[in-house]
Write a protein that binds this ligand. Structure first.
Ligand code: HEC
Length: 108
């Protein structure tokens, strides 16, 4: 009984760790962690912080017509009230999260 209990706990710990690691490597994982407070889960910015800062709807044509380089520059250097993420995220992560922003175009 005692052995089975311990086994269950370490299995749970391992699967928790691997989920967290898996998420950190995806655009969605980064977005949910660093961007969602302002931009909202679906990129529409309908959060209290998003409304207060008047964030752009990331699904909009206005944002989606920008080039990858422009989106990446905005994420790296910040823009208006948008903070810079250059110091907190490496280039690979910034590219992943920019690619994730692109997926919002299809979710109207
Ligand atoms: C503190 C709130 C806040 C957070 C956190 C935040 N943003 Fe923003 N973001 C803004 C605001 C405000 C704007 C509008 C900037 C402007 O054009 O004045 C914006 C604009 C943008 C734009 C459009 C830029 C453009 O060129 O029009 C993109 C893309 C974007 N954010 C992506 C992200 C990503 C990706 C993250 C996470 C890594 C993130 N944001 C985190 C507030 C935030």
């Amino acid at each position: 009984m005692k052995i089975r209990h311990t086994g269950f706990l370490s299995l749970a710990a391992v699967s928790l760790l691997s989920t967290q690691r898996g998420e950190a490597a995806t655009g969605k994982g980064i977005f949910d962690e660093k961007c969602m407070t302002c931009h909202g889960e679906n990129g529409r910015g309908q959060t209290p912080a998003g409304k207060a800062l008047n964030v752009k709807n990331l699904n909009s044509k206005e944002v989606q017509k920008e080039s990858d380089a422009e989106l990446i520059a905005a994420i790296k250097k910040g823009k208006g009230k948008m903070p810079a993420f250059e110091a907190g995220l490496g280039d690979p992560d910034i590219q992943l999260v920019a690619a994730y922003v692109r997926t919002f175009a299809k979710k109207k």
